[in-house]
Structure formats: structure tokens, C-alpha cells
Design a protein around this ligand. Structure first.
Ligand code: ASP
Length: 338
């Protein structure tokens, strides 16, 4: 009888060989891990040029390397998440910070959130227009305020008071996103919001989740939202439990996709709850929520996450998702398509 358990483990491990999107769902502890996304959507090879493909891989790698260096040096998962996200926010390739999409009244209004898995403190900003790196504002709300979510002008003022860098609204103007708005307005008679994937395959909310050497999890998400969203609309990205969630007892997650669905189904928390209450393996729980539950309700998108053992999950139900991860061996893996 005593040999049955090890045999079962060997069988389990053999059935769970590493795939492109996940690491094996085992309880073997990876000392640290970082996983990121740059948005999910109709990301198809036929719409890409080799140069653009390379640009995405390079930027994802740069973000992963920045976070990896923090973790390898014994830094916190919070710092790793922030440094990875800032690199993507500063790139026009992604729909966050510099490359944020436009609202129906032709402005940029960005959302971001941050969660610390150790304390379960959280911070978020919604509809900010001047903060250069909204992820830093979300972290400042977490660390320097009594609140969880600040929105609009009050959030911009708070960020300024915290000494964060503000940018002129013109900094967030990119021609590509402006054209996307014009296309969206033409297609949808200006009344409805569409996901940028529908008219612009080069899009992407950004997010990161990390496990550090101390065993602490953290996650963060940053976005411009959805092209042509109604002025004042807040999506899932700054909603704790929907766009972002972290709990040292379970996992850390960042979502991307049609925000209204992620909010209704509390996608990030739902996965964590399956792990916590049902004892589901993290990778399985993430896959079920994204590819079964959410999909059956009509919600498109994906998540990236890491659990307390260092297992990575990156499920999505769209054609592609900009994504990647790095484990202690330092090998950086990035992917764009299914
Ligand atoms: N979830 C974001 C939002 O709804 C958009 C995205 O991730 O594509 O605002």
C-alpha cells in the first residue's frame, strides 16, 4: 500500500507534462515565478508582420526580464509586478499608459489595480487621465491611502500628491488608437463600445502576477479600457476579484477581456475560490473558469496567473493573447497565438 502513493504521483506528473500555456499542476515549489499578459483578442498570425511580431516578443521579454531581476535578487512580488507592468505601460504597443485607447468623447481614461497576496490589501484607480503609469497610482492607493478604489479627477490629484509622474493628456495620443476610435464610431454608429480586437488586432491590456522567494504573491493590471467606451465607464481592470486578485493561500491573477463579463462573473476571484474551497488544482480551475464558464456566458478574454507553488496558468478563449512567463531557470518564454 505504501508504494501506491508515489506511483500515483509519478502517473500524475507523467500526465501533466509542460505545455505551451501551463506548467505542471504539481505541489512542487518553484522558488519564484513571474507571468505577464499584454491583452487577449483576435491576435492572428495573418494580421501580423514578422517585424511587429518581433516587437511584441521583445517588449514582453523586456518586461519579464525586469521582473525576473527583481525576483532573483530577492525582491518582492509587488516590485516585480510593478516593474514588468511599467515597461508595457510605457510602450505604445499595448492598451495601457502610452498606448491607451480612446473613449467615445475622444479622451483617454485609464484603469489599474494592484493586490498584495500577503496582506490582501488592494488599491485601484479608475478613469485617470494624467497619471503616466496608472499601475503606480494603484499601488499608491494600496500603500498610502485608507481606500481601495479612487476614480476620476480625485485619483489624478491623489497620484500627484504622492509625487507620481503626471503627463499631459497629449502624451497618450497615438494615431493608431485614434484611428481605431474613428473606425469604431463608423461601424457602430458611435453608440456602442467595441473591443479593440474587432478593429485593431494590435491591442492589449497589460497585467502581471508573481511569486517571490518569500512565498508572497502579487498581481496587477493596467488598461485604457475598450475603444469607444462611454465616457465614465469603468471596466473590470480596477475591480478587485474581477480584473485582479491575489491571496497567498491560493494564487495571483490578472485578467484581460470584455470587462463587463469579468465583472459579472468575478473571474479572478472565482478561480481563487475554486482553489481555496474546492481544492481544485490551480491550472485546472483557471482553465475551467475561462474556457468553460466564462465562454459559455459569451465572455471573451483570458487570464494569467501563478499559484502559491509557482504553477503558471495562461488560459484564454480568444484567438490569441500576448503572454509569457519566467521561472527560476531564467528561460523567458513568450507567446502570441493559440
Ligand atoms: N478588460 C478591459 C476592459 O474591459 C479590456 C481588455 O482587457 O481588453 O476595460
Amino acid at each position: 500500500m505504501k508504494y501506491l502513493i508515489p506511483m500515483a504521483w509519478i502517473f500524475f506528473l507523467a500526465c501533466n507534462t509542460p505545455s505551451q500555456t501551463t506548467t505542471p499542476d504539481t505541489k512542487a515549489q518553484a522558488e519564484y515565478a513571474l507571468v505577464i499578459h499584454g491583452g487577449a483578442g483576435t491576435i492572428l498570425k495573418e494580421n501580423m508582420t514578422p517585424e511587429l511580431e518581433q516587437q511584441y516578443h521583445n517588449k514582453l521579454k523586456e518586461a519579464l526580464l525586469a521582473g525576473y531581476n527583481v525576483l532573483q535578487d530577492g525582491g518582492s512580488s509587488m516590485d516585480a509586478v510593478e516593474s514588468a507592468i511599467m515597461i508595457m505601460e510605457n510602450s505604445p504597443l499595448f492598451n495601457a499608459g502610452k498606448g491607451a485607447v480612446f473613449t467615445n468623447d475622444g479622451r483617454n481614461a485609464m484603469d489599474a489595480s494592484f493586490m498584495d497576496g500577503k496582506t490582501q490589501n488592494a488599491g485601484a484607480v479608475g478613469g485617470v487621465r494624467r497619471v503616466k503609469n496608472p499601475i503606480r497610482a494603484a499601488r499608491a492607493v494600496l500603500e498610502k491611502s485608507k481606500h481601495v478604489l479612487l476614480t476620476g479627477k480625485g485619483a489624478d490629484v491623489f497620484a500627484k500628491e504622492q509625487g507620481l509622474e503626471l503627463a499631459d493628456t497629449s502624451y497618450f495620443y497615438t494615431e493608431r488608437r485614434w484611428k481605431s476610435l474613428q473606425n469604431a464610431k463608423q461601424k457602430e454608429d458611435g453608440s456602442s463600445m467595441i473591443r479593440t480586437e474587432d478593429n485593431d488586432y494590435k491591442y492589449g491590456t497589460v497585467g502581471a502576477a508573481a511569486l517571490d522567494k518569500a512565498g508572497n504573491l502579487a498581481a496587477g493590471t493596467s488598461t485604457g479600457g475598450m475603444t469607444n467606451k462611454r465616457y465614465g465607464r469603468i471596466g473590470d481592470s480596477p475591480i478587485i476579484g474581477a480584473g485582479t486578485y491575489a491571496n497567498n493561500n491560493t494564487c495571483a491573477i490578472s485578467s484581460t477581456g470584455h470587462g463587463e463579463y469579468f465583472m459579472r462573473y468575478l473571474v479572478a476571484y472565482d478561480i481563487s475560490a475554486m482553489v481555496e474551497y474546492k481544492g481544485s488544482p490551480f491550472v485546472e480551475a483557471a482553465d475551467y473558469v475561462v474556457n468553460d464558464k466564462l465562454k459559455s456566458k459569451g465572455g471573451s478574454g483570458g487570464i494569467i496567473g501563478v499559484d502559491k507553488y509557482g504553477n503558471i496558468a495562461m488560459p484564454f478563449n480568444t484567438a490569441g493573447m500576448y503572454r509569457g512567463y519566467v521561472l527560476p531557470d531564467g528561460e523567458i518564454k513568450t507567446f502570441l497565438y493559440k
